[in-house]
Structure formats: structure tokens, C-alpha cells
Design a protein around this ligand. Structure first.
Ligand code: GRF
Length: 219
């Protein structure tokens, strides 16, 4: 069984979806731990209720980014993490950290990458007048929100949408489905990072997978 470590900073809806999918037997892996950089992250409750060990690594207690990342890498090594899942982990990671876990670390981002790396994605999509919006799971590489995309889900933006309604739809319709699916692919060894590209069941993904590729269990 592969060992998952999920990193969070906040609410943990993605974490909760991963816990539910794992419990339903759809993700063949075990949770080694959930680590938060904030003691008050409400997502920690989901982990505790599921009996998953939790750890808090308060970034403010470290002199700089490199020291925090060194401590985090140390914990991931000690936990023997096979797969590192960033689920609303609001920290920019140093290149050295990313390289150590490259190919084993996924992130979910609430936009149709490569559009809108960084924050405020829903407002930016609205301001640009985009007809579609969505979310993307990608491998983490040193440039922020820019690693090879694995799966992306999209929907049409309505005239009455605001940033809050988009955020809710992105979460409900897209994130909570595509992240458990991507982590299941990783857990089964079907998804890999090879020569800088995402490879799913031996096929290099020139385009990310879509909602149409979700297996029954993740729809
Ligand atoms: C999600 O929108 C995710 O895409 C982004 O941060 C948010 C985390 O939400 N990276 P939650 O903590 O999973 O509820």
C-alpha cells in the first residue's frame, strides 16, 4: 500500500473527499498523516475524525522558507510518504523541496491552467470575461502552478456568476471529483511524471484528462 501524506492550510474539503474515496475503497493507499502549517486549519478535524495522524508545522516558527521546507521534507521522509498531496496548502515551496518530491507530489488549482496561476482565480476569470472556468490537478514542479497537468474539469460561466458562485461550482462539480481520481491513479501506479510530461497508463498526456475520463466511482 502506498503511503499518502496530505498537506493543508485551511478548510480541507478536498481532504475530506480524499478520505471518503479512500474509505469507499476507491483509493488503494493509506493515509500516513495530514500535515498543516496552521494550527487552526479546520480541515484537521476531518483527519482527526477519520483517525488519521495529524501534525502541525507552523511556518511562522521558522526563520525562513528554506528552514520550513527542510523541516517539512524531514517529516515526509520520516513518514515514508510515497505520494504528497497538496490540498489547499498555501505555501510557496522552494526548488530544492520540490525536486526531492518531484513525480510524487500533486497539487489542485482552481483555474483552467495555464490560466491564472496564483491567487484570486475566480475573480480573474470573471474580469477576463471567460466563457469557461474550472480546476486542474497537476504535478508539482519548481515554477508555481505550472507543472504538467493531469486532469482538468470545466463548466460554462453564467451571466449571473460572481466569484463566490464560481468558487462553489469549481469545488463541488470539479475539484471534489478530479482530485480523488488523480490520487487513485497515482496510488495504483497508473499516473507518472516522465521526461517532464504526465503519463497515464503509458500514454503521454498532450492534453490533461477531462471529466469524461472520470471512472464511475469518481463521477
Ligand atoms: C481549493 O480551491 C484548491 O483548489 C486551492 O485551495 C482550495 C482549498 O480548499 N488550492 P479546501 O481546503 O480543500 O477546502
Amino acid at each position: 500500500m502506498k503511503r499518502l501524506v496530505v498537506l493543508i492550510s485551511g478548510r480541507g474539503r478536498n481532504l475530506q473527499a480524499l478520505i471518503e474515496a479512500q474509505r469507499a475503497g476507491h483509493i488503494p493507499a493509506q493515509f500516513a498523516a495530514v500535515i498543516s502549517n496552521r494550527a487552526d486549519a479546520s480541515g484537521l478535524t476531518h483527519a482527526r475524525e477519520a483517525g488519521i495522524p495529524t501534525e502541525i508545522l507552523p511556518h511562522a516558527q521558522f526563520p525562513d522558507r528554506a528552514a520550513f521546507d527542510a523541516a517539512l521534507a524531514g517529516r515526509l521522509r520520516a513518514l515514508r510518504a510515497d505520494i504528497v498531496v497538496l490540498a489547499g496548502f498555501m505555501r510557496i515551496l522552494t526548488d530544492g523541496f520540490v525536486r526531492e518530491f518531484e513525480g510524487r507530489m500533486l497539487n489542485i488549482h482552481p483555474s483552467l491552467l495555464p490560466k491564472y496561476a496564483g491567487l484570486d482565480t475566480h475573480r480573474r476569470a470573471l474580469e477576463a470575461g471567460d466563457a469557461e472556468h474550472g480546476a486542474t490537478v497537476h504535478f508539482v514542479t519548481p515554477t508555481l502552478d505550472s507543472g504538467p497537468s493531469v486532469i482538468q474539469g470545466r463548466f460554462s460561466v453564467n451571466a449571473e456568476d460572481d466569484a463566490a458562485s464560481l468558487a462553489e461550482r469549481v469545488m463541488e462539480r470539479i475539484e471534489l471529483k478530479i482530485y480523488p481520481q488523480a490520487v487513485a491513479w497515482m496510488a495504483r501506479g497508473e499516473l507518472k511524471l516522465q521526461d517532464g510530461a504526465a503519463v497515464l497508463r503509458g500514454r503521454r498526456l498532450a492534453q490533461p484528462a477531462t471529466l469524461a475520463d472520470l471512472e464511475e466511482a469518481f463521477r
